[in-house]
Design a protein around this ligand. Structure first.
Ligand SMILES: [Zn+2]
Ligand SMILES: [Zn+2]
Length: 390
């Protein structure tokens, strides 16, 4: 393992200029979700150059790609997922430029050290993490069903962050419809759609007392009527409902919908409910796989690995419901950084950012080698996956 680590480290250094150039190019050409054509081409070009069979428009998503390399017969399938979409206004404020390059680098490192070990490497480019989350569509299409393990490592601030949990999330839009009337002259002839929305908020506020502490229900009124002297015939509220597990989310969503149904009944309005954005499943970290990755970080002298703070949702959650998954983070610097900021974007092209990226790439490659060569370990990982609550 020591020798393998040394080899991987040397290979990373040999190709460093190439990785750096790709990272800076994607940084300087930020593209929003599902429009990442330049990033997709940059990353597939490197994979192709290094002997991967590549396809863009993967899973019928124009800016998704897959890079495949198969060694020998049979052997496990390891997927390394890449993200490369940017944010409006602040470019790569989530660091997906270096995320994408690190994943591609991992594939290349791994290919070079595989020797005669049997197995398949899949580097999968997954667009639009910040918006509609292509991984959800891919998961629904069955892309991850026959994969043995999936890994993706996100950039962060001061230290390596252990793969943790994220919340399952559903985005629901409530549309209440009523009837206009003069609000002073003939209010009794109107049906107040805004009252439907207000009662929905009040019912949800009451519901909060009876939910698990980790649940989150938050919303806005996106349409509350046109003028104070007209009874609104249309009012719309947009909500996010989040929970630690998919099963609790389903239960909670039903209770929130009942709040809306009650509000419609009480106000005499009609109600429509729909999902206005992609829903995400919660992230289930495979602990055995996570331990293996951390062992491989420590092998490189990494001592500080911290737990994830706070809540949020990611489309990696949906992957983790299909196959054993980890989604840790690597540090761009030794200082604290706020995600989705200009400072975060700047940090991704500083020399010190590549230290963490290299540690992540080498640790992922070592982990994949563990999977390829240790069938007992893979069996344990799969056993845990089968028995984990989702
Ligand atoms: Zn982000
Ligand atoms: Zn991100």
């Amino acid at each position: 393992m020591e020798q393998l680590k040394e080899n991987l480290s040397k290979i990373f250094d040999n190709y460093f200029e190439e990785f750096k150039e790709a990272n800076e190019y994607i940084y300087n050409n930020p593209e929003l979700g599902n429009k990442e054509f330049k990033a997709c081409k940059t990353l597939t070009d490197i994979l192709k150059k290094h002997g991967f069979e590549t396809h863009d428009n993967f899973s019928n998503i124009p800016t998704a790609f897959i890079g495949k390399y198969k060694n020998g017969n049979g052997g496990p399938k390891v997927a390394i997922l890449a993200e490369y979409d940017a944010l409006p206004g602040i470019g790569h404020g989530c660091g997906h430029n270096l995320f994408g390059v690190t994943s591609v680098a991992t594939g290349i490192l791994l290919k070079e050290v595989m020797g005669d070990v049997a197995g398949e490497i899949l580097v999968i480019g997954t667009p639009a993490e910040e918006t509609c989350g292509a991984k959800v569509e891919m998961a629904n299409a069955g892309v991850f069903n026959d994969i043995d393990i999936a890994m993706a490592v996100h950039p962060t601030g001061e230290a390596h962050v252990r793969s943790g949990e994220s919340q399952a999330m559903e985005a629901i839009q409530f549309t209440f419809k009523g009837k206009t009337a003069h609000a002073a002259g003939a209010p009794h002839e109107g049906i107040n759609a805004l009252d439907g929305v207000l009662m929905l908020f009040n019912s949800i506020n009451a519901l909060r007392q009876q939910t698990l502490e980790t649940a989150r229900i938050h919303g806005i009124i996106s349409n509350g009527g046109k003028a104070a002297n007209i009874i609104p015939d249309l009012a719309v509220a947009n909500f996010y409902v989040r929970a630690q597990t998919l099963s609790y989310l389903k239960e909670l969503v039903e209770r929130v919908k009942n709040c809306a149904r009650g509000a419609a009944l009480a106000t005499g309005t009609t109600l429509e409910m729909e999902n206005y954005e992609t829903s995400f499943a919660n992230l289930v970290t495979n602990k055995k796989l996570s331990e293996t990755y951390e062992k491989n970080l420590k092998l490189q002298g990494v001592v500080k690995i911290i737990d994830k703070e706070g809540f949020g949702s990611t489309d990696m959650g949906d992957v983790s419901h299909c196959c054993p998954t980890i989604h840790p983070s690597f540090p761009l610097t030794t200082k604290h950084l706020t995600g989705h900021s200009v400072e975060f974007a700047c940090a991704t092209i500083q020399p010190e950012a590549y230290k963490g990226a290299k540690e992540a790439a080498v640790a992922m490659a070592l982990t994949a080698m563990d999977i390829f060569t240790n069938s007992e370990l893979l069996k344990e990982i799969k056993e845990e996956f089968k028995n984990s609550s989702k």
